[in-house]
Design a protein around this ligand. Structure first.
Ligand code: ADP
Length: 634
């Protein structure tokens, strides 16, 4: 970083991610170049919101100019378009921080995911939110002149960059508070140096912004001829969208407003706009995006809710109003009950916050229920993006557990597909007459779940089983114990009892077989000793000779694996070894009189069962040795 003496002028390099972002943007967002104006006007409006907020406690910040607005002017000769605001402005440090770096953690990781496929990249970059840098889609150089509210006129700052490796920054005198952004247009950006083109874009993107967006237009005489003079003309409606009547707002306006608050490029999936009077007096406008943001699972993921109090912007990232499992919601809450000087600390344990949070949570859940009932395809597209987050719900939100459970979707033996499309309500509808439990199975993958030996009897009897294979599922099932009054039952747990699905003849037959098999069970127990918790017969298998299960209140295999992967010390899972007396291999084993050979049979059956359950063995050589010796004998 070199520094030249004049006006404290420095040349600085961009953070490497900024360089990547600029490069990508210029190459992938061409088809959508007008969005630069949405982004810059959006920033200008945010800057005015911030000033208004800070001026609540320090009115001097207005410095005699309290009429906030955004002004656009262009100069065809000079080939420039200027977007000015009289908002909060930036100090030298702010400029370096905000216009030279991307202050979001995980950015490097995000960029490492980008491919060379530009159509895909432009979607990804949309999720990322390009903001200020979108200026470079249409401009080959950008000059920013800004002065932070409260600083003297000498402490203005000028930033300039051609959008390549670096930028310059120097102190300048700036009479007016706020920020001017001057775009030096590329050939392809010249279409925006036109009054009608600009009007068109502004009304498309900025009607709903709460402050006036003004444009310098030609003054015309009575006959419509240009007089050569210019005047400022307001070109947007300048009424904050959420304060308007629902019936007067078009779909497009809602969608554009979403892009303003979310910095998303895509249209939202659904939204809910409500004005509530009474005990609490507030307006909420909540959107469900179509695509998950790239950083949804980053620890410091920002909430997408803005808080307004009496129409004054108070803060971004108002995470207090939404539980974490709904952190994908975008939009705003405008409360008339909270004080204007509310801070994050005050919000923390505040009654109004609590009741708004409850109300907004219910609203979102209702919006999701409605979508699930009315438009299954849309709901499944939502589920694909956000299902994993919603699965955090039952653990986090006791009071809405049943509602959230109803929104979950899983794979199941009923549908031959890995897609998670089955809701618990539809499972319950299909339950057998005598069935009082919801059966489920957790495994590492869909393939492992679908082919699990535990399913054999269920298949034979036509009983549906929910198949779970997301990492979070085992954890989820610690919290989800019942739905619609029916308990959940893991089919790999010892408590599974299918006897009610057997007729008397079957019961008799099993009883006899169990009796006959007692000595084999005893011999197996003697051989295995402490290696298993218990040995017993089972009739739930068909083509598999044996399985292992865990006790109802013990940790299951998937949970143990999850904890192990997270580096935690996990006590060894003690399995119950279940043998199928009807299987030919088991019959052969039962006939074996030589105890050593019998032991080998046990090794082989237990090894198989463990492989099917865990995917690996603690001592593979023991298993292989037993197989080889049996094969040699054969
Ligand atoms: P985002 O708006 O998503 O934070 P941007 O790249 O658009 O990202 O802007 C980065 C930051 O630069 C903003 O958060 C804000 O702090 C600052 N900034 C941008 N434009 C202005 C402006 N017109 N007035 C004041 N600050 C601005």
């Amino acid at each position: 970083m070199s520094e030249t003496a004049t006006q404290n002028k420095e040349t600085r390099g961009f953070q490497s991610e900024v360089k990547q972002l600029l490069h990508l943007m210029i190459h992938s967002l061409y088809s959508n170049k007008e969005i630069f104006l949405r982004e810059l006007i959006s920033n200008a409006s945010d800057a005015s919101d911030k000033l208004r907020f800070q001026a609540l406690s320090n009115a001097d910040l207005y410095q005699g100019d309290a009429d906030l607005s955004v002004k656009l002017s262009f100069d065809e000769q000079a080939n420039t378009l200027t977007i000015s605001d009289n908002g909060i402005g930036m100090s030298r440090e702010d400029v370096i921080e905000h216009l030279g770096t991307i202050a979001k953690s995980g950015t490097a990781e995000f960029f490492s995911k980008l491919s060379d496929d530009q159509s895909k990249d432009s979607q990804l970059i949309g999720q990322f939110g390009v903001g200020f840098y979108s200026a470079f889609i249409v401009a080959d150089a950008v000059t920013v002149r800004t002065r932070a509210a409260g600083l003297p006129v000498e402490q203005g700052v000028q930033w300039h960059s051609a959008g390549e490796g670096d930028y310059t920054i120097e102190d300048v005198r700036k009479e007016s508070r706020g920020t001017d952004i001057v775009l030096h247009m590329r050939e392809e950006g010249k279409e925006f140096l036109n009054e009608w083109r600009l009007r068109d874009v502004i009304s498309k993107y900025s009607d709903h912004i709460g402050i006036p967006v003004e444009m310098q237009t030609d003054v015309r005489d009575d006959e419509g001829k240009e007089t050569g003079e210019k005047k400022w003309e307001q070109v947007n409606k300048a009424q904050a969208l959420w304060t308007r009547n629902k019936s007067e707002i078009s779909e497009e306006e809602y969608q554009e407003f979403y892009k303003h608050v979310s910095h998303d490029f895509a249209d939202p999936l659904v939204w809910s706009h409500n004005r509530v009077e009474g005990k609490n007096d507030y307006t909420s406008l909540l959107y469900i995006p179509a695509k998950a943001p790239w950083d949804m699972f980053n620890r410091d993921h920002k909430s997408g809710l803005k808080l307004y109090v009496q129409r004054v912007f108070i803060m971004d990232d108002a995470e207090q109003f939404m539980p974490s499992y709904l952190r994908f919601i975008r939009g705003l809450i405008d409360s008339n009950d909270l004080p204007l000087n509310v801070s994050r600390e005050i919000l923390q344990d505040n009654k109004v916050t609590q009741s708004l949070r409850n109300a907004c949570t219910k609203r979102v859940l209702t919006m999701l229920e409605r979508m699930a009932n009315n438009d299954n395809d849309k709901y499944l597209s939502f589920w694909k993006e956000f299902g994993l987050v919603l699965k955090e719900g039952p653990a986090e939100d006791m009071s809405n557990k049943e509602k959230v459970a109803g929104l979950l979707r899983f794979a199941s033996t009923e549908v031959d597909s890995e897609e998670q499309t089955v809701g618990l309500a539809s499972y319950v509808e299909r339950m057998k007459e005598d069935q009082d439990k919801i059966y489920y199975l957790t495994a590492d993958s869909y393939a492992a779940a679908k082919n699990s030996p535990h399913l054999e009897q269920f298949k034979a009897k036509g009983i549906e089983v929910i198949l779970m294979f997301d990492r979070i599922d085992e954890w989820l099932m610690n919290y989800l114990t019942e739905f619609d009054g029916k308990q959940f039952q893991s089919i790999t747990k010892a408590g599974l009892d299918l006897s009610k699905f057997e007729d008397d003849a079957e019961k008799e037959k099993h009883k006899a077989a169990e009796e006959e098999f007692k000595s084999v069970v005893e011999r197996t127990k003697d051989y295995l000793g402490e290696r298993v918790k218990e040995v017993r017969t089972t009739f739930k298998l068909a083509t598999t000779p044996a399985v292992v299960v865990t006790d109802d209140f013990e940790m299951g295999t998937q949970m143990a694996k999850l904890l192990e992967a997270a580096g935690q010390a996990v006590p060894e899972v003690k399995y119950i070894f279940e043998i199928n007396p009807e299987h030919p291999l088991v019959k052969q084993m039962a006939d074996e009189t030589d105890e050593q050979a019998f032991g080998r049979w046990v090794e082989v059956l237990l090894g198989q069962a463990m492989l099917a359950e865990r995917g690996s063995l603690q001592d593979p050589s023991q298993f292989l040795g037993a197989i080889n010796s049996l094969l040699t004998k054969g």
